[in-house]
Design a protein. Sequence first.
Length: 201
Amino acid sequence: MEIPSKILENAVDALSTLPGVGKRSALRYALHLLKEQDGDYAAFIGALTSLKRDSHYCSRCHCISDTPVCPICSSAKRNQKIVCVVENIQEVMAIENTGQYQGVYHVLGGVISPLDGVGINDLTIAQLVRRVGDEGVEEVILALPTTMEGDTTNIYIDRQLRQYPELKVTTIARGIAIGDNLEYADEVTLGRSIVNRVPFR
């Protein structure tokens, strides 16, 4: 795709590094931003700058937060003894949208995938195991993708948690199709999968 301006081309290249954004979409976004009023453009840039500069990861669950401990972890209305383990922040939002879960979360930041260069130490598994012991967690729900990588991660976490014999380890019911990501599941199916969770072992 020939772009007549090097400045525009640089903007397109930058925007096309975003997930799911191809060159044509990046060009459309760049041209839209170019037409924006200065105030709107400044607000857009300010929001992105603030995202990078001011956002935190919750010190307990590793979800995105405006504060050191996120609103879910600090809520007195949530069951702090039930921890739902998810791959990423999008899955926290997907489960929250179901309105079916009142426990707390633990975000791993990925799943074990040697082919993608993601190992055990790249994830927050050690923090999860420590948290279970320190906080007297009674149930861990494994809500990882129904893929080979997700299942491998489930098995590894389960083995690490066997040092706590009183701990209940469950997994979401398989209303989610094999190979599906939770963030793309409809809210009814995902909600029922949480409610009808089954023992992992």
